[in-house]
Design a protein around this ligand. Structure first.
Ligand code: NAP
Length: 267
């Protein structure tokens, strides 16, 4: 990814696995110093930080539950203490707790909303405060700060059996747009990336057998399951000055999942 993020400091939440891991690695490859947040998988986060440092980059692994305000405060405090400031937040941490409505507990409804939507709110709030404290540094980036919210195609596509998850992602869309509107005059850019089906632990059941993968592929016109790198490369670009005029937008990275593939043969 060349030099797109040289001199910039990034914090990626939920970076011990899957998409967050891939984004943290790609941002480091593009020259950013990276704070790798994890929740439970310490070893994966520490190993990634070590890999980045061995390659000559700057990285630190930091534990925090993004749904807890005091832990988010500590996460940003440690990150900024290490790197001096923050230029990029990738609010990626997310979970699923699936069940049909009748079997979904209030606890599981709340947990998914608290982590997926509340966690992004807490992190965005803290990131904007740091962007404003530091102000614009044009030699580093044309923008005063960049936030990328990791959403999902389920910010638009309804998903039976996953109403807590779909509600959290739908909420991210309006939070992202409203915040983008609120802070654009500070030259802070806020965007979302909405992945389709990307091969990670969160959806292992959907791709781990060839029968499951064939079923999944019916939803993907482009004919392959997405890989973490498909999202990571786009995140680097979206955070970079190459995308300086982009704010309040959702970038769908889904192999065409949003194209209503069920209608393909019904013309
Ligand atoms: P994943 O492999 O399961 O990774 C989830 C990450 O979130 C892990 O690093 C996990 O940390 C972290 N996490 C969970 N709860 C947390 C908390 N309370 N505080 C901080 N971190 C927490 O899943 P993924 O597929 O990469 O998902 C990443 C994001 O992409 C999610 O927002 C998900 O909704 C979104 N997404 C994924 C897909 C897909 O097809 N994979 C599609 C659309 C959207 P630990 O492992 O350390 O606990």
């Amino acid at each position: 990814m060349g030099e797109l993020l040289v001199g910039q400091k990034a914090l990626v939440t939920g970076a011990s696995s899957g998409i967050g891991y891939g984004i943290a690695r790609a941002m480091a490859d593009a020259g950013a110093a990276v704070a790798i947040n994890y929740h439970s998988e310490r070893d994966e986060a520490e190993e990634l930080a070590e890999t980045i440092r061995t390659a000559g980059g700057e990285a630190i692994a930091l534990k925090a539950d993004v749904s807890k305000e005091e832990e988010v405060e500590r996460l940003f405090g440690q990150s900024i203490a290490n790197f001096g400031t923050l230029d990029i937040l990738v609010a990626n941490a997310g979970i699923q707790k699936d069940a049909p409505l009748a079997e979904m507990s209030l606890a599981d409804w709340r947990k998914v909303l608290e982590v997926n939507l509340g966690g992004q709110f807490l992190c965005a709030k803290r990131a904007v405060a740091e962007f404003l404290r530091r102000g614009s540094v044009p030699e580093v980036s044309r923008a005063t700060g960049k936030i990328i919210c990791i959403s999902s195609v389920h910010d638009v596509i309804p998903w039976a059996g996953h109403i807590n998850y779909a509600a959290s992602k739908g909420g991210i869309q309006m939070m992202m747009k409203s915040l983008a509107q609120e802070v654009a005059h500070h030259r802070i850019r806020v965007n979302a990336i909405a992945p389709g089906a990307i091969r990670t632990a969160i959806n292992r059941a959907a791709w781990s057998t060839s029968k499951a993968e064939q079923k999944l592929l019916k939803l993907i016109p482009y004919g392959r399951v997405g890989e973490v790198e498909d999202v990571a490369k786009a995140a680097v670009w979206l955070a970079s000055d190459e995308a300086d005029y982009i704010t309040g937008t959702t970038l769908y990275i889904d192999g065409g999942m949003m194209l209503y593939p069920g209608f393909r043969d019904n013309g």
